[in-house]
Design a protein. Structure first.
Length: 178
């Protein structure tokens, strides 16, 4: 059985399923979320929410504010309610006006922090994506530009501490290495 088949089976087992894809920067979480959305949208209406859109900048990314936002998102999804979210504008460094996201049958949370303890009991499944730190950094810099290298090096330490504190990898139902 491949991952997509397993996810179909898991999503059938509960109402309003939620899949979280967590792991280090550059591991391919966004690409996997897109692939899963494409495959599962044959059976479900699907929203993907990216943690990068919810962070409050580099220094306020993995904070209690993110946990509160994720609790709100998960709660709204489980109640089949639309979700009003303000996304972070990285270029302007502020929260954009709220956008209304319609309720769907399946929610995919993608990014560092999406599998945190605060919401883990509400997840249908947690996927961990692993990558060598140097390769992950290289991928991010190739994608986003060398000008963020100093911030990314600091971020690598922040995410590593977060993963240790949260024991995210140990909690994962699936583990993929890229």
């Amino acid at each position: 059985m491949d991952l997509i088949d397993a996810l179909f089976d898991l999503c059938k087992s509960e109402a309003q399923p939620i899949i979280a894809i967590d792991g280090p920067a550059g591991a391919g979480k966004t690409s996997l979320a897109s692939l899963i959305k494409s495959a599962l949208s044959r059976e479900y209406s699907v929203n993907v929410i990216h943690m990068d859109d919810l962070y409050l900048g580099w220094d306020k990314a993995l904070t209690s504010e993110l946990s509160e936002t994720l609790n709100f998102i998960v709660s709204s999804h489980k109640k089949q309610k639309s979700i009003s979210l303000s996304y972070y504008d990285w270029k302007q460094e502020f929260l954009a006006p709220a956008t209304e996201i319609p309720s769907t049958e399946l929610l995919i949370l993608e990014g560092v922090g999406s599998g945190q303890r605060e919401i883990r009991d509400q997840l249908t499944t947690l996927i961990w994506m692993q990558i060598d730190e140097k390769e992950g950094l290289a991928r991010v810099l190739q994608r986003d530009g060398d000008e963020i290298e100093s911030q990314m090096r600091k971020w690598l330490e922040t995410q590593e501490q977060h993963f240790r504190d949260e024991e995210t990898q140990k909690a994962a139902d699936f583990e993929l290495t890229t």
